[in-house]
Design a protein around this ligand. Structure first.
Ligand code: BGC
Length: 256
């Protein structure tokens, strides 16, 4: 039996990248998984297959976490399918490259909406249900090394991830007494679709690799293992922390 047998996890943005890896890994630990996605349903179907191949149950829900009605739909669908949830992984994330002086209001709303407003109100909806049911829970936010480290030309992304860092710290204190822990996982450069432009730009990629002491990009499995730990009983006393997983990048960062 896996460490999460009988539990249910909501994983936002789990039709690709890190989210898909987390969904699969939590399923391997025995958890039912709610697969949230926006846009292409094919990726969500692929995740569902991986969850089922691991011997767990999954449901797919299309919900844009930046919209409150969609957030409510996601939580309702979870409770309908599985009668509750124990773990929320706020993974959905987007980024837009632009010099600070050119960022539009639309770009700001898009990035802050998905990356910060989404975790804020989805966690709220999740916690409201846990309080009603008098149940403990785990909230794990997939943040970024850029919750702490500068990333020129990505001011919206940095603002959102910095917000997620303080939201986590605040909620760890406010929700701890309810038996709900809140932690962040802060990946560095992971090989996923969010990095397509980087992966296709060899000089930029090589420059980045030089800054990563382990000399490679991370994989979704690297990140998923840490999330599985934070969701498990072994992490019962872990609350209010960010766990960086970046091959050492954050300790060795240079522009150019
Ligand atoms: C971003 C990537 C970036 C990496 C390291 C991640 O949070 O999504 O675009 O390459 O941080 O800087």
């Amino acid at each position: 039996m896996g460490t999460l047998a009988g539990q249910t996890a909501i994983v936002t943005g789990s039709s690709s990248g890190i989210g898909q890896g987390i969904a699969e890994r939590l399923a391997q630990e025995g958890a039912n998984v709610v697969i949230d996605y926006v846009g292409g349903p094919d990726g969500a179907q692929e995740t569902l297959k991986k969850v089922e191949a691991a011997g767990a149950k999954g449901v797919i829900v299309e919900a844009d976490v930046s919209q409150l009605d969609a957030v409510r739909k996601l939580v309702n669908a979870t409770w309908q399918a599985f009668g509750g949830a124990d773990i929320l992984v706020n993974n959905a994330g987007v980024e837009k490259e632009a010099p600070f002086w050119e960022v539009t209001e639309q770009e700001y709303d898009f990035v802050l909406g998905v990356n910060l407003k989404g975790p804020f109100f989805l966690t709220q909806a999740f916690v409201q249900r846990l309080i009603e049911a008098k149940k403990p829970g785990r909230v794990i936010n997939i943040s970024s090394v850029h919750e702490d480290m500068a990333f020129p030309n990505f001011a919206t992304y940095c603002a959102s991830k910095g917000g997620v860092r303080m939201l986590m710290r605040d909620l760890a204190v406010e929700l701890g007494p309810l038996g709900i822990t809140v932690n962040n996982v802060a990946p560095g450069a992971i090989s996923t679709p969010i990095n397509t432009a980087l992966l296709e730009n060899k000089p930029k990629l090589n420059a980045l690799l030089k800054n990563i002491p382990l000399g490679r990009l991370g994989t979704v499995d690297d990140v998923a293992g840490l999330v599985a730990y934070l969701a498990s009983d072994a992490a019962a006393y872990v609350n209010g922390s960010t766990f960086v997983i970046d091959g050492g990048l954050m300790r060795n960062y240079h522009e150019q």
